[in-house]
Write a protein that binds this ligand. Structure first.
Ligand code: S3P
Length: 172
C-alpha cells in the first residue's frame, strides 16, 4: 500500500511522513526532495531559473514515476501537487493508495511559514505575519477543494505524537 500525505506548505507532510515511516517500517519518500535529487537543483533554484511551469511538469513526471514504483511507500507531496496538471486523477479514487490530508489552520500555517519561507518560492517575498495570513487564507481556500478529495482528513493542528497515533489507528 502507498500512503500519500497531502496538505498546504507547512502542514507537516515531510516531518509526519518521515516519523510514520520509521514507526511502521515503510520506506518514506518526499516528492520535493526526490525532484531536487533528480534535477540536481533545489526547488527554489528550479523556480528561479526555469520557472513554475517547468517545475509543475517535472513534479507531474516524478509523481507518476513514484506512484508506479513497486512496493509500499509513504509519500509526502508538495503543497501544490494535487492542484496541477491532472495529478488529482492520478491520486484520488484509486484503491492502491490511501490519501491523507493534513488539515492545519490558517493561523498555525502562517506562524510556521513566516519562519520557513526562505526555501519556498511562492511565499519567500512575504514579510509580515498579517500578509502571510492573508496570502495563506486565500491560497488555501482555492486549494481545499483538491485537498478534501483525500480519503482521510486529519486535524493536524495537534502535536506530532497525537497525529501519529491517529494516523496509525485510521490507516492500519
Ligand atoms: C509548493 C509547495 C512546496 C514545493 C514548491 C511549491 C506549493 O512544497 O513543492 O515550493 O505550490 O504549495 P511544500 O509543501 O513541501 O513546502
Amino acid at each position: 500500500m502507498k500512503i500519500i500525505l497531502i496538505g498546504y506548505m507547512g502542514s507537516g507532510k515531510s516531518t509526519i511522513g518521515k516519523a510514520l515511516g520509521l514507526l511502521v517500517n515503510i520506506p518514506f519518500v518526499d516528492l520535493d526532495s526526490y525532484i531536487e535529487e533528480k534535477e540536481k537543483q533545489t526547488i527554489h533554484d528550479i523556480f528561479k531559473t526555469k520557472g513554475e511551469v517547468y517545475f509543475r511538469k517535472q513534479e507531474h513526471f516524478y509523481l507518476k514515476e513514484l506512484l508506479q514504483a513497486d512496493g509500499p511507500m509513504i509519500l509526502s507531496l508538495g503543497g501544490g501537487t494535487p492542484c496541477f496538471i491532472n495529478n488529482e486523477k492520478l491520486l484520488f479514487n484509486n484503491t492502491s493508495y490511501k490519501t491523507v490530508y493534513l488539515n492545519v489552520s490558517v493561523k498555525e500555517l502562517a506562524d510556521r511559514l513566516l519562519i520557513g519561507k526562505a526555501s519556498r518560492p511562492l511565499i519567500s517575498h512575504i514579510n509580515s505575519l498579517e500578509e502571510m495570513q492573508e496570502f495563506v487564507g486565500k491560497h488555501l481556500f482555492e486549494r481545499t477543494v483538491f485537498y478534501n478529495k483525500s480519503e482521510v482528513v486529519i486535524d493536524a493542528n495537534k502535536d506530532q505524537k497525537t497525529i501519529l497515533e491517529k494516523l496509525v489507528m485510521m490507516l492500519f
